[in-house]
Design a binder for this molecule. Sequence first.
Ligand code: PLP
Length: 379
Amino acid sequence: MVSARVVTGELMSALKRPEPRPTVLEIEAYVPGRSTTPHAARVFKLSSNETPLGPSPLAVRAYLAAAEHLAEYPDGSSTALRTAIGHAYGLDPGRIVCGAGSDELLNLLAHAFLGPGDEAIHTTHGFLVYRIATLSAGGRPVVASESNYTADVDAILRAVTKRTKIVFLANPNNPTGTYLPFDELKRLRGGLPAQVLLVLDAAYSEYVRSNDYEAGIELVATCDNVVMCRTFSKIYGLAALRLGWLYGPAQVVDAINRIRGPFNVSQPAIAAGVAAIDDVRHVEVAADHNVRWLPWLTEEIGKLGLKVTPSVANFVLIHFADTAGRTAADADAFLCAHGLILRRLEAYRLPGALRLSVGTEEANRRVVAALAGFVEQAG
Ligand SMILES: Cc1ncc(COP(=O)(O)O)c(C=O)c1O
């Protein structure tokens, strides 16, 4: 006869299964900006802050040439790319780490510096990857409030506890497009305990034209607890290749090099990145395009009676009413029907807004015309 105890034991072991860390199950998986809509034959994807000008033709050529060597492992240290970045920005290549997008680097930073129960601060509408990286490392995300859709240094400093290990700050921030001037960054750094790592995510820095802005190079150069992350996905137009880099103090660089994958950046990405960095003119043209169209979009959309948060990046946050027929969801449906895909922002705690990336002249004009149609039909 089989005892009840044996049956229960078998049942228990059948129910057992490998379980991820509890914090992993708190993560809502990242949902990227949509790229298709069933409603229109011609689609303008303005939902992921990609450059409308594409990559440098030199980067494309370098990428294609790398196809001759696909059987070989890449240089695991991305030496040529670190050297090119160091040369372009006047930085020590030994203090640069390249990654498969800055997303990878943000995750590696969380994994290297957060233990179970450690806290990482980000702001209310901060980039979603900070929360995901923190939870996946077993840490606790702590939200610091913003003022007027802008990071608030005092709120961040108030959120610091003994358990704080990282402050993640996108500057400019995605999806708000707002930024902290250099003085405020210095005040933030100065108010943080020395053991807290300040991660400055400067994914959109190449677009900023404000005199009081500094991406982070100076702070990293002078402080032991500041890291700057950058990306090739935005102004360089290489999002598909997954390429980013960080510049940090020697001990941070050492930690990241210990835990990153040995070949975390592919050779085609390294080759394209080197060529992209060298094509200074291409970046200038992309920045000029933004200088022309960012204020135009802000102004024209504002003239329609919609509130636009002033942005220094390559996108704008558009706010909608919360009355039926005029909401962000209504606007999104209307725009999608016209082949215009913007970014819904519920996950960013901005259900009443849409984010619009600066597009080609044609796309920008179409968005303004479609929004005018939306406002008119909404009455
Ligand atoms: C603020 C911010 N940081 C980092 C990234 C990620 O960039 P990457 O493509 O290099 O992973 C993005 C992309 O949207 C971003 O908006």
